[in-house]
Design a protein around this ligand. Structure first.
Ligand code: NAD
Length: 509
């Protein structure tokens, strides 16, 4: 089959007014780091974008001190109504500078401009608008009569949704009355620094938000700083585990959003055309660099061959290439390290006997690229069915009965998200009830809304971001509240969960 070629439609970078070098954003000002600097590059071309400060322990110390001072002197004393006004102002400035932020995000991260323009940046504004509305209504958030802020929040985020993860962290923290020190990921610091400019434009009081760039060591210094009251981390399960250990017994409140290996379950009564789009969106959105990606496709046996065939012909139409081209569907892999990991796991998949397929597509010479890939003949014991690949790679498995679909879906150490495709509402509800995943989509995938809580079970972490639950993570509970852990243990003790965990254990034996 041949398709009409599209002429390139690149988004111009002329809108960006980047500095060649960025310092750390501490106490309302950009300040030079005590240590060295590093380059952030475009993963699509490997060309440098800007030089970034590598924050040291001394820098982290300065940032935490600024956040503490702002907490004591201004932010914790301000009324919720006034805090809300700042958040509304930030949301409006994000909208005003939306195009610039989208271009910077695609340049630094490698994601297609149509995603950063139509998904990431609008959601960033939505998150700030949503939590702006909560700032003066905290007593109605379900955390008791008189909820109080925690103090200084240390926040560490990954590279897959740099600005969106920043919004998920900063908006609820500020609405609840905390101050913040945030560390963006080392490969994608750019939009957090542009966001710091927005904070200056919004006249946010100095020290309320501080941004310290750097790598793992900087993150470690931040989460281990003795004067922080809350740690919020999104990233890998390995680092999450280290943080859980190092913060245990310190009294710091902790939220962990970690990895995933979501099942996207397609029943034989599903609307197939819609399901194909959902499968593609589930795993190829953002190059599969999505913690809640639908990376395990479970298809009912009777429609397996038809779904695989239609999926392959849909993949032939995906355009892989320049993230700044408005026609691009799949952009660049974020870093050389991530590309190496995707390649390694894909080679292991082949060696273990799964069948590998990619559409014919020409990949650019420079930069980091990986063609959309499907593995069929995958069994639950294969590493590609168990480990998070965090790339555009889909493993296809089949099932015969709903019970088998549920058992296979739950047969993972993770539990972040899942998808169900069926025309029967009763089946969707019955299956959803038995899936051990924090977020379940029905006849859609990868939809996000600031009012909806997001977070995991098991090795996908704990705590919720988004909605009222996201506020609870930044508040001390007032009188009459049910603690987060009480909610958790109540849920885990429900009869369905207990029966399910027994049958899951059986299946794994
Ligand atoms: P990572 O864990 O290596 O890094 C995440 C962040 O933590 C980065 O800012 C990094 O500099 C910092 N960091 C690294 N070591 C640290 C340490 N010892 N102490 C404190 N901070 C440290 O993960 P990554 O490679 O950047 O991101 C990919 C992973 O993140 C994937 O496994 C993915 O599933 C997960 N992720 C989860 C979610 C979610 O919401 N659950 C969202 C996005 C990504």
């Amino acid at each position: 089959m041949s398709f009409l070629e599209y002429a390139p439609a690149p988004e111009s970078t002329a809108i960006l007014d980047l500095k060649p070098e960025y310092g750390l954003f501490i106490d309302g000002e950009f300040t030079p780091a005590a240590g060295e600097s590093f380059l952030t590059i475009s993963p699509a071309t490997e060309k440098p974008i800007a030089r970034i400060a590598n924050g040291t322990e001394a820098d982290v110390d300065r940032a935490v001190a600024a956040a503490r001072k702002a907490y004591e002197k201004t932010w914790s004393r301000m009324s919720g109504r006034d805090r809300g006004k700042y958040l509304f102002r930030i949301a409006r400035l994000v909208q005003e500078r939306a195009r610039e932020l989208a271009v910077a995000e695609s340049l630094d991260n490698g994601k297609p401009i149509k995603e950063s323009r139509d998904v990431d940046v609008p959601l960033v504004a939505a998150w700030f608008f949503y939590y702006a509305g909560w700032a003066d209504k905290l007593e109605y958030a379900g955390v008791g009569a008189n909820p109080r802020s925690l103090g200084v929040a240390a926040q560490v985020i990954p590279w897959n949704f740099p600005l969106l993860m920043l919004a998920w962290k900063i908006a609820p923290a500020l609405a609840a009355g905390n101050t913040v020190v945030l560390k963006p990921a080392e490969t994608t610091p750019l939009t957090a620094l542009l966001f710091a400019e927005i904070l200056q434009q919004a006249d946010l009081p100095a020290g309320v938000v501080n941004i310290v760039t750097g790598a793992g060591e900087t993150g470690r210094a931040l989460v281990n700083h003795p004067d922080v009251n809350k740690v919020a981390f999104t990233g890998s399960t390995a680092v999450g585990r280290e943080i859980a250990r190092s913060t245990a017994g310190t009294g710091k409140k902790l939220t962990l959003e970690l990895g995933g290996k979501a099942a996207n379950i397609v029943f034989d009564d599903a609307p197939i055309d819609q399901a194909i789009e959902g499968i593609v969106n589930g795993i190829f959105f953002n190059q599969g660099h999505v913690c809640c990606a639908g990376s395990r496709l479970l298809v009912q046996e009777s429609i397996h061959d038809e779904v695989v065939e239609r999926l392959k012909s849909r993949l032939e139409t995906l355009r892989v290439g320049d993230p700044l081209d408005k026609n691009t569907d799949v952009g660049a892999i974020n870093s050389a390290e991530q590309l190496a990991r995707i390649r390694e796991l894909s080679e292991i998949g082949e060696a273990e006997g799964a069948e590998r397929w990619s559409p014919a597509c020409e990949l650019p010479e420079n930069g980091f690229w990986f063609a959309p890939t499907i593995f069929t003949n995958v069994s639950t014991s294969h590493r590609i069915a168990r480990e998070e690949i965090f790339g555009p790679v889909l493993s296809v498995l089949s099932f015969r009965t709903p019970a088998e679909a549920i058992a296979k879906a739950n047969n993972t150490p993770y539990g972040l998200s899942a998808g169900i495709w069926s025309e029967k509402g009763s089946r969707i509800l019955a299956v959803a009830d038995k899936l051990r995943a924090g977020v379940i989509w029905a006849n859609t995938f990868n939809r996000f809304d600031p009012a909806s809580p997001f977070g995991g079970y098991k090795e996908s972490g704990y705590g919720r971001e988004g909605g009222r639950h996201g506020l609870a993570a930044y508040l001390k509970e007032g009188a009459g509240a049910m603690s987060e852990s009480a909610v958790r243990s109540r849920r885990d003790a429900s009869p369905e969960r207990a029966v399910l965990s027994q049958s899951t254990t059986k299946e794994e034996q």
